[in-house]
Design a protein around this ligand. Structure first.
Ligand code: AMP
Ligand code: MG
Length: 400
């Protein structure tokens, strides 16, 4: 059996990164930058005031105090968005608003709170030094400066920065389209009555939501029955329609072999037995450059294997370089024994209390018990053949 890390690395090594496309800036949140963007303008584009107050010559406002103010004549008011029309000479000041352009001659701004204007003169009660309360041309970003590297994940601050760089259309990696197929004669679509032996198809919906959350574009390809011809037809159509294919069900041992047979026809597929619980059987391969993920049918296994394998793969396709969720230590509130030769990914409630993170499992952990995930906000990893006592630490990660 392969370890999770080994199987995941082997898989990730073969995952393609999708080409770039231009998108309008408002459609770029969550995408990955595919071009380098040297600044074509200075930010800010001109020296300006950081305060509402008075633009002055610092030399005029030295050693002043409440009882010994400087008295300057006010020559004009400069609002944000307008250029000054006069130069500030010795003994003069210009009323100035935050973000307004500094006038020639002035080298500092005194904030309004330490001044008192009377008609055309202003009293200033606090000294200033040159450059005080002035924001200089290019101090945030200098023209020509490389602001963001290729591979940058575009979060709200990056979107704001791109706007300040005057980038209306941005080259980003294309997010993967992902076709999703459930397999099994027992599966009944929503809305139809359940007849004996049948169950609801839940995986397709969960996987659809997971693909969306991972930044992919899901394509629902329905349910494939346990019939080789029909399954092959659906899988081929799904692959043709998308950058990647996810199937659920039909990859465990002793299974009716339809899914495995069809997957093996589409590509060179590795049928992996990964040393993890849930989710031991998995299929992975690439057909015409498109990854195929054969996930186990049990609902918890399907969701957990997506989380640990498919999510990082989709992130890589979309150009991301941080593929795995960070792990950390959490303190167990209960004793847990794993007698298995497989690492147990248990569903847990992680809580921050008194500066540490505690972990409590979410009750019955069978691979069909979806509630174990509904109650959870994280996974904890119990190593093989180990007992961890309450109070001991365990590796944990947040989910979703
Ligand atoms: P399989 O991997 O096909 O042997 O399925 C393992 C278990 O998962 C069986 O109990 C299936 O009925 C169940 N199962 C398979 N596919 C789905 C699905 N799409 N939604 C809910 N349960 C499923
Ligand atoms: Mg099945």
């Amino acid at each position: 059996m392969l370890s999770v890390e080994e199987a995941r690395q082997r898989m990730l090594d073969t995952i393609p990164i999708l080409p770039s496309e231009k998108r309008g800036i408002l459609e770029c949140t969550g995408y990955v930058l595919a071009e380098s963007l040297p600044a074509t303008e200075n930010i800010p584009p001109f020296d300006n005031s950081a305060m509402d107050g008075y633009a002055v010559r610092a030399a005029d406002v030295q050693n002043v105090s409440e009882t010994n103010p400087a008295v300057l004549s006010v020559i004009e008011t400069i609002a944000a968005g307008y250029a000054p029309t006069k130069q500030v000479a010795a003994g003069q000041a210009a009323r100035i608003m935050t973000g307004a352009m500094m006038p020639e001659g002035a080298d500092a701004v005194v904030m309004q709170e330490v001044t008192q204007q009377n008609g055309n003169t202003v009293k200033i009660f606090e000294s200033v030094d040159e450059t005080d309360n002035v924001r200089f041309t290019g101090e945030s970003v200098a023209e020509g400066q490389q602001v963001m590297e290729i591979g940058k994940h575009l979060r709200p601050p990056e979107i704001s920065m791109l706007a300040s760089l005057n980038c209306a259309d941005i080259s980003v990696h294309r997010p993967p389209t992902v076709a999703i197929v459930s397999t099994g004669d027992e599966l009944t679509p929503l809305g139809e009555p359940l007849t004996p032996g049948k169950i609801r198809d839940s995986n397709r919906y969960g996987l659809y939501a997971q693909v969306e959350e991972a930044g992919g574009v899901p394509i629902d390809m329905g349910i494939a029955p346990d019939d080789e011809v029909e399954t092959e037809r659906i899988f081929r159509a799904a692959l043709a329609a998308a950058d990647a294919l996810i199937t659920s069900g039909g990859v465990s041992v002793g299974e009716h072999d339809v899914v495995k047979t069809v997957l093996a026809k589409l590509a060179e597929i590795n049928f992996w037995r990964v040393a993890m619980k849930p989710g031991k059987p998995q299929a992975y391969g690439i057909a015409d450059g498109k990854p195929i993920f054969g996930l186990p049918g049990n609902p918890v296994s399907s969701l957990v294997v997506f989380e640990l394998f498919v999510r990082p793969a989709l992130l890589k396709m979309a150009g991301h370089t941080e593929l795995l969720r960070p792990t950390f230590k959490a303190t167990l509130t209960e004793t847990i024994t794993n007698r298995d030769g497989r690492v147990n990914y248990m569903r847990a409630i992680l809580k921050v209390s008194d500066g540490e993170i505690t972990a409590q499992t979410t009750g019955p952990q069978g691979s069909g018990i979806l509630h174990s995930l509904v109650l959870a906000n994280g996974l904890i990893t119990i190593p093989t053949a180990t007992t961890l006592e309450a109070g001991e630490t365990v590796e944990a990660q947040f989910l979703f």
